[in-house]
Design a protein around this ligand. Structure first.
Ligand code: UGA
Length: 450
């Protein structure tokens, strides 16, 4: 099928590239012309494992192109995936102005029938507004539009794999033709009939994804309810971790046993600095606002948000407990990205932590395997190290803020020797407390007995 993708952020770029990978002809556009020019010239503006294989391959096969001209891009597809940003407004609601703008563009420029697929994360009932906007903006046109919601469940860092091997594909539709077209689009994924890109080591042969057809309102709700539930799980683990610490229990032992119950599951119960990124925090806020406006009490999710915000305070308390005064102290921070395998620092706990350290008068030298270039643009008051070792040099304390695998495998005895004081605050419970203490570190983590 011919598909247009509007918006080439994390979601749009992965969606466009993977739709081309499974055989469709895809044209992507973005209001950020610099980004499109980078893509046109063979660059990839974000670090997302797998894109470096999928994008060049699809371009070579002439299945993926990038256009600055949005009208051309939108006209090219029979289906248009809207992947534009829905950032939070000051009151926490999602800003839907980019979706409205794309609706106007599609309505006024289309000359053939279009399936308009809402992929951006939006509050329930946005699809109804989108339908209304399309018919208002296209009142002088005879083109037919079908609207569908197709929420994404892509995790940054594994987004290509998640797209090609999802556990479910949710389509919210109101017409048989929309359902049929979406089925046609996803058929290769449902049948697992495409050549697995080389980088996907696992390329699971597991069960085919579930195909779930719902109403548009339900599809939108599924997305917000899923992300908010993940946030709730993380905050629950952090709340229990705080108690475990007071009682001398070990959160790792607790969640391991809890997770063996299939009704609970082990994932998203890792305690530490909490959740960040451009999805969980903003989706949680938008969901709470949506509920409040609908007269439903979502206090439970407000608590989850509150617990998450307190993680930075907890970390600073631990640091102050060990260092007494933070002013003038040299702190090494390992990790700036909001999670490993990405260069995304949006709403990253690490960035909040660094800002808190700076406001306390500490000196920060940070290292991240991928996110330093992005950080430099927003955080100019800190030093950037070229390795973890370099960050640790003469430091009074070292904070682990992102759970990059490479931090597990560092030469810790060497790090100990270059630090002014061998104090590690492990904000992601990444390392073994026993081993770190054996190596002579003062080691503190979250929910683990000191
Ligand atoms: C999240 C969802 O997991 C995806 O399913 C969804 O598609 C995506 O948002 C989206 O809406 O686009 P993502 O933002 O990439 O994906 O990140 P997660 O893997 O969910 O991690 C979010 C944060 O939670 C990270 O800061 C991570 O470090 C933290 N986390 C995760 C914990 O603190 N503890 C855990 O146990 C798990």
């Amino acid at each position: 099928m011919r598909i247009s993708v509007v918006g080439t952020g994390y979601v749009g770029l992965v969606t466009g590239a993977c739709l081309a990978e499974i055989g469709h002809e895809v044209v992507c556009t973005d209001s950020d012309t610099e980004k499109i020019k980078t893509l046109e010239s063979g660059g990839i503006p974000i670090y997302e494992p797998g894109l470096e294989n999928v994008i060049p391959k699809a371009r070579k096969l002439n299945r993926l192109s990038f256009r600055v001209n949005a009208v051309e891009a939108v006209s090219a597809g029979d289906a248009i995936f809207i992947c534009v940003g829905t950032p939070p407004l000051p009151n926490g609601d999602a800003d839907l102005s980019a979706i409205d703008h794309v609706a106007r563009l599609i309505a006024t420029e289309s000359t053939s029938p279009k399936l308009v697929v809402e992929k951006s994360t939006v509050p329930a009932r946005t699809g109804q507004e989108l339908k209304r906007a399309l018919s208002v903006y296209a009142r002088r046109s005879s083109v037919t539009f079908h609207v569908a919601s197709n929420p994404e469940f892509l995790r940054e860092g594994t987004a290509v794999e998640d797209f090609l091997h999802p556990d479910r594909i949710v389509v919210g539709v109101e017409s048989e033709s929309a359902e049929r077209q979406l089925k046609e689009i996803y058929q290769p994924v449902l049948d697992r009939k495409f050549n697995c890109p080389v980088h996907l080591k696992s390329c699971p042969d597991g069960p085919a994804p579930q195909w779930l057809v719902t109403t548009i309102n339900s599809a939108e709700l599924i997305k917000h309810a899923s992300n908010s539930f993940l946030a709730l799980k993380i905050s629950y683990a952090n709340m229990v971790a705080d108690l475990a610490e007071k009682l001398g229990a070990d959160i790792d032992e607790v969640v391991r046993a809890m997770g063996l119950d299939p009704r609970i599951g082990r994932s998203f119960l890792s305690a530490g600095l909490g959740f960040g990124g451009f999805c969980l925090p903003k989706d949680l806020q938008a969901f709470v606002h949506l509920a409040e406006r609908s007269g439903v009490d979502f206090g439970m999710l407000r608590e989850a948000e509150k617990i998450n915000k307190q993680r930075i305070d907890r970390c600073i308390e631990k640091l102050r407990g060990a260092l007494w005064v933070l002013r003038g102290k040299q702190i090494a921070v390992l990790g700036l990205a909001f999670k490993p395998n990405t260069d995304d620092i949006r709403f990253a706990p690490a960035i909040d932590l660094v800002n808190r350290l700076l406001s306390e008068g500490a000196h920060v030298r940070a290292y991240d395997p991928q996110a330093m270039e992005r950080s430099r643009a927003t955080l100019s008051q800190i030093e950037y190290a070229h390795s973890a070792n370099d960050a640790a040099r003469d430091a009074d304390a070292l904070l682990i803020a992102t759970e990059w695998d490479e931090f597990r495998a560092l030469d810790w005895p060497r790090i100990r020797d270059v630090m002014a004081r061998p104090l590690v605050i492990d904000g992601r419970n990444l390392l073994s407390p026993a081993e770190m203490r054996k190596l002579g570190f003062e080691y503190r983590a979250f929910g683990r007995p000191d």
